[in-house]
Design a protein around this ligand. Structure first.
Ligand code: DOR
Ligand code: ZN
Length: 343
């Protein structure tokens, strides 16, 4: 079967995106807004987004940062999980996509994350009643390769205890997490592009690669292969969530490397290359949009992105006039697909 030289993606979505704030927001937000119809915006700012006022002000800053692209890009806002009242959730709901739960201390800016899942339960019950989804960074603080596996029991507990709560296992990295999707109707998952491509060997099997260091850390080849097979087969409960997480170059390349892969600039071309390589291009639309629209009943702006099978070199870095510089995933490498220039 020959594959086409161009591909149209209708309403592509990123169901897990870090846009940051300030100068970083200005630098990175247009890169996502140019190629996506909507994105789920993570709330782990300093301080985290925990009130409706903060959420609305952050949304406004995002829209200003994307400028004219705001007409065709919808930021789907999230609150950082903490115990909330019914009154606050009900007031926020029209402006809110979901709550993002971080266990205490598992990743960047999760210091105010929860210590015990029991303390979360009253709020989870309210969310279930209101129909607000729960997004979870599902890791413990145990041994780094086992953190996701150790959290799976918590997912099972939550899925059983709150059968009408829509629970999204964010950025899954293991075959074991994938297998939970078949066992609980109310469990869904996002997966990043980089976890479909890399394993732990790519991070530290040779020279240490700080730009591939993220949380959860990439796992074994059999985990990567299981995730990839599910994405290529358009598993109906698996959605793209890039977890594009920019940090300044000095925070990635110095001693004490911050966790996060900055994949936003190459997200769709890299996925087109991957799906094309495996003869699965017809399933890319479902993975990057249709599943999320169905699962969450979304209505993103009507936007179509055309990808071309033409070589494109990922820029070595993105920077602003003040000297802020971010290094993207696969910086300087040539991809076989690119986004068609605007006509
Ligand atoms: O690698 C990561 N970076 N994982 C996360 O969970 C957070 C993110 C960030 O905010 O930098
Ligand atoms: Zn994230």
């Amino acid at each position: 079967m020959t594959s086409p030289d161009s591909l149209k993606l209708h309403r592509p979505l990123d169901m897990h995106l870090h846009l940051r704030d300030g100068a970083m927001l200005q630098l990175v937000a247009p890169l996502s807004a140019a190629s996506l119809a909507a994105a789920v915006i993570m709330p782990n700012l300093v301080p985290p987004i925990t009130s409706l006022e903060q959420l609305l002000a952050y949304r406004q800053r995002i829209l200003e940062a994307v400028g004219p692209l705001a007409a065709s890009f919808q930021p789907l806002m999230t609150l950082f999980f903490q115990p909330y009242s019914h009154a606050l959730l009900a007031a926020a709901q029209p402006h809110l996509f979901a709550l993002k739960l971080y266990p205490h201390g598992v990743t960047t800016n999760s210091d105010s994350g929860i210590h015990h899942i029991q303390a979360a339960e009253p709020t989870l019950a309210l969310m279930q009643d209101l129909g607000i989804p729960l997004l979870v960074h599902g890791e413990t603080t145990g041994f780094v390769l086992d953190r996701e596996a150790q959290f799976l029991a918590t997912y099972q507990h939550l899925a059983t205890r709150f059968p009408r709560l829509r629970i999204v296992m964010e950025h899954i990295t293991t075959a074991a997490a994938l297998s939970l999707l078949d066992r609980f109707e109310n469990l869904f998952a996002t997966v990043t592009a980089h976890h479909l491509v890399i394993t732990l060997d790519d991070v530290l099997g040779g020279l240490l690669q700080p730009h591939l260091f993220c949380k959860p850390i990439a796992k074994r080849p059999q985990d990567r292969d299981a995730l990839l097979a599910a994405a290529l087969a358009a598993h109906p409960k698996l959605m793209l969530g890039s977890d594009s997480a920019p940090h300044p170059q000095h925070a990635k390349e110095g001693c004490g490397c911050a966790a996060g892969v900055f994949s936003a600039p190459l997200l769709l071309p890299r996925l087109a290359q991957l799906f094309d390589h495996h003869g699965a291009l017809p399933h890319l639309q479902a993975f990057v949009s249709d599943h999320a629209i169905r699962i969450h009943r979304l209505n993103p702006p009507d936007k179509t992105i055309t990808l071309l099978r033409q070589p494109w070199t990922v820029p070595a870095s993105y920077q602003d006039a003040s000297g802020l510089r971010v290094i993207p995933w696969e910086a300087g490498q040539q991809l076989s697909w690119q986004i068609a220039p605007p006509t």
